[in-house]
Structures are given as C-alpha cells and as structure tokens.
Write a protein that binds this ligand. Sequence first.
Ligand SMILES: Cc1cc2nc3c(=O)[nH]c(=O)nc-3n(C[C@H](O)[C@H](O)[C@H](O)COP(=O)(O)OP(=O)(O)OC[C@H]3O[C@@H](n4cnc5c(N)ncnc54)[C@H](O)[C@@H]3O)c2cc1C
Length: 383
Amino acid sequence: MNLELSAEQTAVRQLARDFVVREVAPHAAAWDRAEQVDRGIVKTLGDLGFLGLTVPEEYGGSGGDHLSYVLVTEELGRGDSSVRGIVSVSLGLVAKTIAAWGDEHQKRQWLPRLTSGEAVGCFGLTEPGTGSDAAHLATRAVREGDTYVINGAKTFITNGTWADVVLLFARTGDAPGHRGISAFLVPADTPGLERREIHGKLGLRGQATAELVLDGVRVPAGAMLGPEGKGFSVAMSALAKGRMSVAAGCVGIARAALDAALGYAGQRAQFGKPIAGHQLVQELISDIAVDVEAARLLTWRVADLIDRGEPFTTAASQAKLFASEAAVRAANNALQVFGGYGYIDEYPVGKLLRDARVMTLYEGTSQIQKLVIGRALTGVSAF
Ligand SMILES: Cc1cc2nc3c(=O)[nH]c(=O)nc-3n(C[C@H](O)[C@H](O)[C@H](O)COP(=O)(O)OP(=O)(O)OC[C@H]3O[C@@H](n4cnc5c(N)ncnc54)[C@H](O)[C@@H]3O)c2cc1C
C-alpha cells in the first residue's frame, strides 16, 4: 500500500479542510445546542462534490477513489460528526448503494439529485424490535399487482426527517431470516409514511434522527432495489463500506481531540509550568496521537482494498471497531487534559466525547464487529 497521496487526493483533502475551518467548525457548538445543523450545508456539500465522491460522473457524481472519500470524511468528522453523518448516510449508505445495485431508471431518478445535495437519502434498516439482529426485521411489503404495500416501523434513522428517499428494508416472502428481505427506494412523501424526530440524544445532536411509521405505503414494483430476497445482501454491502466511513469520521474526532488537548496543555499552567510539561499529561496526549495514527492506517487500508478490488469486509469491521473505540478513548483523554473545564459545554471536548460515543453502537456495535471478525478468522458463525 502506497501511503503517499496523489496531487488530486491532497487537493480534495485541502478543499475539505478549508471548508470545515470556514463553514463547519465555527458553528458546530451552536448546531449542537440548537439540535439542528443548518440545512443549507447539504447544498454546499453537494456543490463541493462531497456528496458525489466515488459515484460515476455520468450520474452526477464527482468520481474519485475511496481513499479520497475517506480523506474528506475524516476532515468532516474533525469539524462536526453531525455533518459527517449526513454525508456518510446520504452518499455512503444510499447513493453508493443505488450506484452499485440500481437499474438504469433508479440511477437516473435518484443519483443526480442525491449527489448535488438537492435530495437527501436515509437508510431504514433498524426497527424497534431488531437492531443487531437485523435479519429478523418485521416490516412487511406485500405485492398487489404492479405495486408493493408496506407496513411496519423503523427507528433511529439518521437524516430521517430530512430525507427525500428512504432506502428501506422489508420482508417480501415467507423465507426465514435474511432470505425473506428485499430493499426498496421509497420517496419520503409517499402517503402513509410518517416521520417523527427523536430528541434527547447524548451526542450527534445536530443530526436529524427519526422514527418512521409505515402504514399502507404503496410503491411501484420498480421501486425494489436489487433482486427480490436479496435485500439483506444490499444492506450488508452498504454497511461494509459504511463502516469504513464511520471509521474515517472517528479518526477526525480523535484528531480534533488531539488538537484541543495540545492547545490547552500548552496554555494552562499548574505547579508553575504549562501542564504540557507534566509527564502524565504527555502520556494522555501521546496515547491520543497513537490512536489517531493507528485508526487512520486501518481505515486507509480498507479504502485501498476497495480501490484495488480486493475483499474488504473484515478489514472494514476491524477499522470500525478500532477507530470507534479509539475515538471514545481519545475524546475521554482530551477531556482529562482539560480537567474540570473539559466538563463544561463552553469547551469542545465534551461534545467530542458525546459524539464519539455512538460510533461504537451504530452500523454494528463493537460486539457485532468482533463477531464478524471472529467468523472470518474461525470460519464459524456465532450469529
Ligand atoms: C444516533 C443513531 C443513529 C442511527 N442511525 C441509523 C440509521 O441511519 N439507520 C439504521 O437502520 N439504524 C440506525 N441506527 C441504529 C443502530 O444501527 C442500532 O442502534 C445498532 O445496530 C444496535 O441495535 P440496538 O440499538 O437495537 O441494540 P441491540 O441489538 O439490542 O444490542 C444491545 C446490546 O446487546 C449487544 N448484543 C446484541 N446481540 C449480540 C450478540 N449476538 N453477541 C453479543 N452482544 C450482542 C449489543 O452489542 C449491545 O451492546 C442508529 C442508532 C443511533 C443511536
């Protein structure tokens, strides 16, 4: 793996870095308190090409490789995980999945709008009764002539209230477990689809997270994404790449924690010298720095495998597991460096810790990542 970035990769990273400094970081704390990122950011993300990375240009994407996508995602995660999440879901889980599984009509219908930021996508897999055990979801789609009628409920859906299209997973047959699931592209304004914002999240407060209730939602048969009964494969393929994106966002959080800790340790004095001069504070800072570098290398490895067409699922779980736990550790260590001030909202490290905490939970908890990795190593499934 060549760790030297190309001129294009360096340029796109700089573009993201400048955008974050100018338009994200100054507002992140206010968006967190208001529980709402400025919605105008979606259009700007589209204009910059960040919502079209890796999507072919013929469908309105900005092309590029997965390492470029990871570089941009890290920068966004450094600025605000709520903004990073919009991209990881609308592009990473929805647009890329349409590009991979969609027919020509579906690609033309959704990709130009999603990649430009005119439309937002959300990913509807989790249900009140099934989180880790997604293969046993209960939402049902019943065929009626040239349509499907969908009934059920989804919860914790990122971008849920903002979305124009839901990539929705529902049971279409009587086959048990994952074999009975199909994927659908459901326009969010379809009658019978109700969306309710979830408030009171520990972190990612700027991000719209919703419950979806589907009561007789009728979609044309052509809304099915991929073959009937292959919905679980669609979901897992999306999540494998999604885990790389979460990992990159976590590298961004850990980097923000490092920057904050370094800045504070240099200017806060105790016992007659800057706390940066105390060895145990240096230990906290060096632990963060090692976590940043290790998490980044694992994440880049996934992008490199994808770009070379190699298997990457286990590597993605390894990166997501390590980077998410590392982000929590890094933010917690940074908070320790800030002492009591770290506990106060006026300083940035509390938000980093709150935002980091969900990373070990969503897109597969740390326990689920260990089972995925363990299955690959032993050849025995614990599911
Ligand atoms: C802010 C936020 C945003 C989200 N966004 C989305 C989204 O956009 N789309 C979407 O579909 N979902 C989304 N989710 C849902 C998320 O993916 C789930 O919360 C996650 O998969 C865990 O499911 P659960 O919460 O039901 O926990 P459970 O599955 O009930 O797990 C509870 C605990 O049991 C453990 N556990 C479960 N099974 C096993 C096992 N076999 N072995 C060992 N331990 C196990 C888990 O690791 C966890 O510690 C989001 C969640 C949050 C909080």
